[in-house]
Design a protein around this ligand. Sequence first.
Ligand code: WTA
Length: 635
Amino acid sequence: MSNYHIKHLEEYYQVYRKSIREPENFWEEVAEEHFMWRKKWDNVLSWDFSKPEIKWFEGAQLNITENCIDRHLSTRGEKTAILFEPNNPDEPAEHISYNQLYTRVNKFANVLKSKGIKKGDRVCIYLPMIPELAISVLACARIGAIHSVVFAGFSSTALSTRINDSDCKMVITSDGSYRGAKTIDLKGIVDDALEDCLGVNSVLVAKRIQSEIPMKEGRDEWLKPLLDDASEDCPAEIMNSEDPLFILYTSGSTGKPKGMVHTTGGYMVYTAYTFKNVFQYRENDIYWCTADIGWITGHSYIVYGPLANGATTVMFEGVPSYPDFGRFWQIVEKHQVTQFYTAPTAIRALAKEGVDLVEKYNLSSLKVLGSVGEPINEEAWHWYNDNVGKKHSPIVDTWWQTETGGIMISPIPFVTPTKPTYATLPFIGIQPALMDESGKELKGNQVEGRLCVKFPWPSIARTIWNNHERYKDTYFSAYENKYFTGDGALRDEVGYYRITGRVDDVIIVSGHNLGTAPIEDAINEHPAVSESAVVGFPHDIKGNALYGYIILKDTGESRDQNNVRNEINQMITEHIGPIAKLDKIQFTVGLPKTRSGKIMRRILRKIACKDISNLGDTSTLLNPEVVQEIIDNAL
Ligand code: WTA
């Protein structure tokens, strides 16, 4: 028997040791006992980080939707699989049972087939958090099409870049979306994006806001009539374990977004196993993750992980502030939520509103609280623990990444004693390493360095779509034979990990990863801008906010600088999305540069953080005089 459900600390250490000493045997047992395979593997693991090449369960055949849906039908057919809570609290929630999910996914899969989509084709999904989002993801997986979900807050330019990068043939979207009191014209954004996407010949449109929208003849079709006519029977495509399941884009420190490719067998095993343990999931729990399916957290812990365990997973369409800041707690009470998984930025925003709105609702159903996406500061941790968890629901501070596919460092609730701001211990099978600047591994406890992983785990991304070289450069070339995460971390005296933040040019704003390079590219498109540099600075709610230092082409001209500021943010909104807007814009005559012409971001970061006591030696700069001028005009 594999230890599928860890229940005490002794057992954690025992299972952890086994997973490190005999990883193949360990994961083979988990895979064998808890999943449905059409054919078993020939080889559990082969790997070489120098290429890099990683294969789990090679030779095995399966379909992940048979694991997430079909195999539950005989025992849980009438159980709610997806519990949809709409944006408007007066609209009734929708309970989609496993039987209904089966029918809806099959119908949707048949519609995809009728539009010529087949195994290996890429399908872009640009939908709000409505049931069609989860259903279309699963429908792609049913027929072996590779889904590429793009978060519906991204702009048309960001959308077209992603569609073209992976050559999507189809886009699935909706007539619009609700977000709090606002409605958003999603289809209009898709229409704009598709002006630049010649490979897309089919757009399927779900109706959500009942608006009259232009439909392009021969390209756009409403989903409903197609679904109504489709057959309920769609045999699952048999996939190889290493066939791609999906592409999901994440920001890099330079240039265009990286299309991380996740494959089928290992991803399924790891997301299911982590879900079960990190949330101590039990039959009949009501699990709610507030993320959007447009991010990895939604892929792994709203869709695949929970459904692979036959769980009920809540999908919430709205925002925490509508109709008021009590909305999350109202939903917890209404659906008797047992596990609640959210981001520190949401916790900080809610904490700011006071406790009255929390106390108004009965939260006694809660057993486990989760946090993900960025470091959780001590104050937010305590607020969450005291007011939401009432000090008896452990907080699992889960560290992981789009690239890792599943949770990597996290307490196991009721098993690992928690410690505020610490993600605590590596999950089963995970071998972290902290590295110093010279590339040496820091052994022992009470050390701080760059976080790497020494051994493959089943859900590691296998490549960057169409760019294996970049995959190698970004993750496997900083340290020999190790996966480099881009994060810094420390290990305390008992071996607990605390993530200290990014060590590259990625800034996490409200839990969203933003590369500085694409933002600077967008700013530089403005005709009045000659050069720019973007850095992060601490923000009470967002965690980090963006500070832009911008050189205008003609500072002598009496332009209205506020207009330029607005136009620059407009430019960013168009190229990336509103999440990447700058909070502060300082116009400057120069940027501090090294003699080789590199912008010294370290100095700019310190000034933005109002930490100018120790700027280091600036005399070696090409233009040391600009530093004082920037300090004098800092915002
Ligand atoms: C950060 C989200 C501290 C980290 C699942 C990582 C965290 C990046 C935590 C990945 C955490 C995520 N504590 N930092 N618990 N969780 N991060 O790809 O910097 O959107 O590298 O995946 O978020 O963000 P991504």
